[in-house]
Ligand binder design. Structure first.
Ligand SMILES: Nc1ncnc2c1ncn2[C@@H]1O[C@H](COP(=O)(O)OP(=O)(O)OP(=O)(O)O)[C@@H](O)[C@H]1O
Ligand SMILES: [Mg+2]
Length: 332
């Protein structure tokens, strides 16, 4: 099952903090601990789904990998290259890591036609111009299911799903090894969602691209991911094979997320309803505080004294992966 190849991505003990001013006219500032020691590895061609409530740090993780946000501590290595140490022009000339965001309208320049949106990176990174560039751009559009006569149109002339295809084509132009997809289908209607997901999967099959796939919708994440990482207050609390995490969640927080997800199967609906009664769906604690103990203990129906005092370390879970919870049955 394992290969000797080094992992595509290795993230170790990543911390990101934001200084936030209380008010425009003084009032001091406070610190948001947005990532609190995230470690993970990804293999080439793998999809790692990232789930968690709003504010759990999913986008911050994606932006940290892309170096769109400052790192407080920790390391990021992509194919062995120390991404955390890159500076200035070195950062601008990265090709291996690209992004597709939720709102293609905000991420595509409205004043540029598609030929330039997709073609510009080909000039900047590969020096392609003229006919050569046009041919490559047309081939990329074809790859994402758009037609060559779309080349001279502006983003506003497309539907949401088509705009997301343009964003994918632009990311693809640089032949990346990893694409951070931050809620790429959340703004689309359900049938368009599945078309874009199918496209991402087809591209993965053809080019072996890995995806860090961030989403709220567990059903979507389960469908597309090989493994899932569950985030809570800036930490990964559970990670493992997608099916195992969804069918046999080991962390009470994962259980809570699943209980909150809509399902159609009546048997499953009853099971989730029973779960919801067990777990109080209270508010997320402040991201500006670091509580002692397990980050989830204030909301966990099973919390005991040790959960309030000691940070649990990751332990292996039957069926694959790990969870950081004091109450897991001892492995062995
Ligand atoms: N630029 C910023 N300045 C200050 N705080 C920030 C900034 N970006 C994110 N945060 C804070 O960091 C924490 C993590 O935010 P993040 O956007 O990563 O969460 P998320 O899991 O992506 O949430 P959502 O599901 O709503 O997209 C939150 O408390 C958020 O308010
Ligand atoms: Mg987000």
């Amino acid at each position: 099952m394992t290969t000797d190849a080094p992992p595509l991505l290795e993230v170790d003990d990543l911390h990101v903090r934001f200084r936030v001013r209380r008010g425009v006219f003084g009032g001091g500032s406070y610190t948001v601990y947005a990532l609190r020691g995230v470690s993970l590895t990804m293999r080439a061609g793998e999809t790692l789904g990232v789930v968690g409530e709003s504010g759990s740090g999913k986008s911050t993780l994606g932006r940290a990998l892309l170096r769109l946000t400052d790192l407080h501590r920790g390391t990021i290595r992509l194919e062995g290259q120390a991404v955390h140490a890159l500076k200035g022009r070195m950062l601008d000339f990265r090709r291996d890591l690209q992004a597709v965001f939720q709102d293609p309208y905000a991420s595509l320049n409205p004043a540029m036609v598609v030929a330039d949106i997709v073609g510009e990176p080909l000039t900047v990174h590969f020096g392609l111009r003229g006919r050569e560039r046009d041919a490559k751009t047309a081939a990329l559009l074809d790859r994402v299911g758009l037609a060559a006569d779309h080349l001279e149109r502006y983003p506003a002339e497309f539907s949401g799903g088509q705009r997301q295809r343009i964003a994918v084509a632009r990311a693809l132009a640089l032949e990346p090894r990893l694409i951070v997809c931050d809620e790429p289908v959340s703004a689309l209607d359900v049938s368009t969602q599945s078309q874009v997901i199918n496209l991402l999967q087809a591209l993965q099959a053809s080019f072996g691209i890995a995806y860090l796939f961030i989403a709220h919708d567990l059903a979507v994440v389960r469908h597309i991911s090989h493994r899932i990482a569950v985030m809570y207050l800036g930490s990964i609390v559970e990670m493992g094979p997608a099916q195992r995490v969804c069918d046999q969640p080991a962390h009470p927080y994962t259980e809570m997320l699943l209980a909150a997800a809509p399902v159609t199967d009546p048997v499953e609906q009853r099971r989730r309803k029973a779960l919801r009664r067990k777990l109080p769906a209270s508010e997320l604690p402040s991201p500006a505080e670091v509580l002692p103990g397990c980050p989830f203990h204030t909301r966990c129906a099973y919390a005991t004294d040790i959960c309030k005092q000691q940070l649990p370390s990751p332990s292996p879970v039957a069926g694959g992966g790990w969870a950081a919870c004091h109450l897991l049955p001892a492995a062995g």
